[in-house]
Design a protein around this ligand. Sequence first.
Ligand code: SAH
Length: 320
Amino acid sequence: MERLDAFMARAASAYYAKGDGIGRDFTTAPEMSQAFGECLGLWAAITWQSMGSPGRVILAELGPGRGTLMADALRAVDEMMPAFAHAAELHLVETSPALRAAQAAMLQGRVAAWHADAATLPDGPAILIANEFFDALPIRQFVKRDLWRERFVVADRFVEQPSDHNEPAPEGSIREIGDTALAIAAGLGQRITQQGGALLILDYGPAESGFGDTLQALRGNAPCDPLAKPGEADITAHVDFAALARASNAAAHGPLPMGLFLQRLGLMARSAMLAQAAPAQAGPILAAAQRLVAPEGMGRLFKAMVLAHPQLPTPAGFEA
Ligand code: SAH
């Protein structure tokens, strides 16, 4: 018998260790459009300026996957704001050896260091980006019966055990709690509040915390049973943005629908330019941009939230 978060941590770590699932089992925004990473690179550059353009800044990405987002971001930054590229010291938080190798190949000597844990990032003002990172972190699930019970995994089934979780809720409600995600938000929030900077989180989940079972797994871009074959599917859960904001004790901006955030950063205009420059590819380029911003695509379920130093002005894209 294994508590759900232990099961999920084991499944995710076995799955990402292989490092070949992105694109095959699930698709992420940076893999759909280069404009995504480019816009985030410019967002980071503007954030750096709003911090007073420090001569050295930690630029960190959590769970960089194949390194595509950061490669696109750096290309845009090199061109548009080389002073930021010069100040930025790039650190990647990644546990998968296969994905570290992919990132090294993609980023060609620009990575100062890899970290297994955000806690070992060097001190100093920092700009951090996490796209589809928090959804991969393990959750616990509690179910309201007479009393609250907690879900454990035996073979490929759930069993419920007594728990001391306690909050008012209708019978059958499911409460999810991601202790790892909350601990990371708390650690990074403290760091940002003390040393300056901002963390941009892009992920999927509701704007407000709520009840419900959001554990899911994808294989071959199709949903499958999250308990059936641990390590052979991408296993994730919705991100509880409100809980992350509370745990961070930092200034929270958003969460906003991701589509709105990307539109404000100019994703559509940039995509139109790319389409014009490559007419043969115009259809797929514009379709990808549309999917990123459209409410019925990824534009609404996905959110953007920034946890920032309290003195930082409203980050780009979060203006009221
Ligand atoms: N951001 C990328 C990849 C998303 S997949 C993209 O958008 O394409 C999740 C990423 O987080 C992978 O790189 C995975 O190896 C990494 N990851 C998952 N759990 C992690 C953990 N506990 N610590 C560090 N990295 C983790």
